[in-house]
Design a protein around this ligand. Structure first.
Ligand code: HEC
Ligand code: HEC
Length: 345
């Protein structure tokens, strides 16, 4: 009798042990799975990489009042562009962009990051003279400039919801800016343009060391799972900006990269030297990308064309390759001497 009780007791204790062990194991696995799945599924860069560092400029925090609705829609369009006006949005009549980039891919943190062509104050800076068209342009025309080039698409109708929402969002971003709209962190950082041709081999080396981790060896980036937008946008190829885009000028790309890449870099703590930014920018802009029609009609006054515009014609006799890869200093000097104009890009 006593033996039997001991035996039963022992079995019971063993079973409790086994059961507890099993439970601990199962909870551990569940926990691990949970965190793993959590971190993957919840990483929606279109949301996380679009958050401005100053909450005053975070449109997602606005309440749903009638006047805020269009601002919030403008912000949504800005960070999730392909979902609404991209090639796969599902409605033929709403396809306006030719690639799947979002405005936020270049105008970082929802257009508020210093020196990534920040759009704070932008509406106050318009209308303004535009060299590409050689006339005074409106904010709507400027947005459509990026639509036709950076987004490789077609212009948005001026009276459509998307254009109105963009303008409302940018107006809201400009609400604290001075009258002239001039703010610190506007445009891109100035770099010292190396007085030599781009070193493409060095550009490739920099690319492989510091960019492929996110943009991929083939430069094609990576889509965010379950999203229309890219987690890491392509730097060239069919889904990238076209040859007529500002980002396709070696100098402009170098300035953007210097203050903003690898992602997380800020202008006051850049990772790359000016030389590295210059070489990697040259490397990227030499790759294949969509071709914009009629670029020969850009800059009707050719003297106003940026020296690193990678397509002809030019008001000088420097070869095409030099306009794409430098050295730019001789071209800059030429315009200074002949026309007394100071070229910066
Ligand atoms: C591939 C990168 C890229 C994308 C995507 C992009 N832009 Fe731009 N955008 C630029 C660059 C580069 C400039 C500055 C061009 C220059 O210096 O000539 C610019 C300039 C602008 C400006 C004028 C800024 C100023 O300071 O004068 C506005 C407004 C603008 N973009 C709006 C948009 C909107 C809206 C979208 C989305 C529909 C968009 N951009 C998508 C690269 C991009
Ligand atoms: C840690 C990841 C990461 C690394 C490393 C990185 N990038 Fe990016 N890059 C991004 C992200 C994310 C964006 C889009 C930003 C957004 O949408 O908020 C971007 C945008 C860009 C853009 C503008 C958008 C486009 O598609 O053209 C360029 C150009 C660019 N990166 C170049 C580079 C270069 C050159 C390097 C290496 C020096 C680099 N990046 C390294 C994550 C990265």
């Amino acid at each position: 009798m006593k033996d039997e009780t001991t035996y039963l007791l022992k079995t019971l204790i063993r079973q409790i042990y086994l059961c507890c062990g099993g439970m601990v194991l199962v909870s551990l696995i569940t926990l691990l799975l949970y965190f793993n799945v959590f971190s993957q599924d919840n990483f929606q860069p279109a949301e996380t990489t679009s958050t401005p560092s100053d909450p005053e400029y975070d449109a997602t925090r606005l309440n749903d009042s009638e006047e805020n609705k269009i601002i919030k829609y403008g912000h949504e369009l800005f960070v999730n562009t392909p979902k609404y006006i991209g090639p796969d949005n599902g409605k033929q009549e709403f396809i306006f962009t030719g690639n799947r980039l979002a405005c936020n891919n270049c105008h970082l943190y929802s257009g508020t990051k210093p020196f990534s062509a920040s759009l704070i104050g932008i509406v106050n800076r318009f209308p303004q003279f535009r060299a590409r068209e050689n006339k005074i342009g409106t904010i709507e025309e400027r947005i459509n400039g990026c639509m036709e080039r950076s987004m490789n698409g077609k212009p948005l109708p001026l009276d459509g919801n998307a254009m109105k929402a963009f303008v409302q969002y940018l107006t809201w971003l400009s609400r604290f800016a001075p009258k002239d709209g001039e703010i610190e962190g506007q445009g891109f950082v100035k770099i010292e343009i190396p007085n030599r041709k781009v070193d493409l081999a060095n550009g490739e080396r920099v690319f492989k060391m510091t960019c492929v981790e996110c943009h991929g060896l083939d430069g094609q980036g990576k889509k965010a799972s379950g999203s229309f937008a890219y987690e890491y946008p392509p730097l060239w190829g069919p889904d990238s900006f076209n040859n007529g885009a500002g980002m396709n000028r070696a100098i402009t790309a170098a300035q953007f990269i210097k203050a903003n890449m690898p992602f997380g870099t800020t202008f006051d703590a850049p990772l790359l030297t000016d030389e590295e930014a210059y070489d990697v920018a040259g490397y990227i802009t030499q790759q294949k990308r969509p071709i914009k029609a009629h670029t020969e009609k850009d800059f009707p006054d050719l003297k106003k064309k940026p020296v690193s515009t990678p397509y002809p014609p030019y008001a000088d006799l420097f070869p095409l390759e030099q306009h794409q890869l430098g050295p730019f200093q001789p071209i800059i000097n030429y315009y200074k001497q002949k026309y007394n104009t100071t070229k910066t890009k």
